[in-house]
Design a protein around this ligand. Sequence first.
Ligand SMILES: [Zn+2]
Length: 107
Amino acid sequence: MPLVICRIHGRAGGELLSRTLFEFVKDRATWGNAPLVRPLTLAFEDIEFPGYMLDDDIVEVVQLGGVLEGSETYRFTDEEAMESAIGIFTATCYRCLRELIASQSKP
Ligand SMILES: [Zn+2]
């Protein structure tokens, strides 16, 4: 888990997420309008990158060649495509991300 500095939580563990989702996590005023956060894992051979994305990002993952395997894993057979998909990710404070996800699970 990468280490990140959060302006709310200080030093915190980092979680992988898409750059578009990162923009929402940074700006709490947008949380009420944020699209649903989806957990997913990018896989290539025995390498796995678990993280979080939005539906639009998952469309991009599929366009790059990711094939859904099980419920949340998108598997790549091409290493360059996998690298491109990993490039969608950045890291954020996992506590902020958890709070955003918790805000979405309220009725
Ligand atoms: Zn935080």
